[in-house]
Design a protein around this ligand. Sequence first.
Ligand SMILES: Cc1ncc(COP(=O)(O)O)c(C=O)c1O
Length: 397
Amino acid sequence: MTPRISKRGEKVMFSPIRKYMPLMDEAEKRGVHVYRLNTGDPDILPPPAFHKGIKAHAKGNLKYAPSTGIPEHVEAWIEYYKKLGVSLEPKNIIPTVGCAEAILFAMQAAADPGDEIIVFEPVYVSYKSFSVMTGIKLVPVLLDLEKNFALPPVSEIEKKITKKTRAIVVVNPDNPTGKLWSEKELSSIVGLAKKHGLFIIADETYREIRFSGKPHTLLSEKSASEHVIVTDSASKRFSLPGARVGAVVSLNDSVMQAVLKFAQARLSVGTLEQKALIPLLREAHTLTVSLKKEYLKRRDAVYAALSAIPGVKCSKPEGAFYIYARLPVESAEEFVKFLIKDFNYKGETVAVSPMADFYITPGLGKNEIRIAYVLSVPKLKRAMEILACALAAYNNR
Ligand SMILES: Cc1ncc(COP(=O)(O)O)c(C=O)c1O
């Protein structure tokens, strides 16, 4: 008899960000250059201290690191958080394999199979896959482009809270919308969490990439210290997504005990990467200044070019490095396939992510795309020209 895979294995989706990679590779084999604006994988080089650190530590045995993290690495995170105004002890931080694993740990520390977690949709797609993997149900609250993704009235969110609700996820700055949550919005969410005894999973992957105000962590909300579980990442602020280092950070001891047990089950995070990151974490607040300026230039270039394309609607991102756009097409999925398989303008095309899979509610996002502005300004301008030509060609077929 042929063995059968699990229902969750069947149900979990292919990432809308990654599923067209093979088509992109084929296009490049045909000689078509693809501007890859689908993944959050920037062309920016990491601070040189990282490679230096890897070289310096690449000798001798490569032992497992402790599940609690290499002590000097954890100390560097503590120093980093101190500059954000938050005092932590080593027990409050556990390094993870990127923020992706931190999210998986945080969800499982907060909720059991059958429990519910509230998310704002469109939502970063890994949350959806993790929900299928863990059996935790995601309950969506819609953020509307027409309202500039403002937090809906608290009474609307409260309608979604049931006996099974365990947490609310806030991604700040947000992927895919580029939204920056205001102080007022954050305090409404904190109020809800306190009133209903919920955790807040605060995904602060893009903390420093914000175009106004100072980097912020919800951990500084002292009255909510039992509620907040921050999921953090070295991927974006140091342009190091391949290093695969993140962290779960919480002042709630029970949460950290649970996360430690999960961390022990998967042993540890890469030893070399943890060591090489130490000087970067110590200097994060200066290293990220030029990064933010570069993304601001990119944001302005993409926003200006996209807004000028007839029929395209988009909002101006306030942080992270994504822009979300509504296109004058029926199916963004079909348009993206057309872009990669059938279209080229002078030997070039563009890859973006269709948005339908970023929603929990079926039927939403059909004519929407997400663009990751991860290339230089001249390349982005060129990519937007190609996108405009492709839209005209697609609608005149
Ligand atoms: C909102 C958000 N959370 C988590 C992640 C995962 O980050 P990491 O590379 O640290 O696993 C990403 C990656 O794009 C993201 O956008």
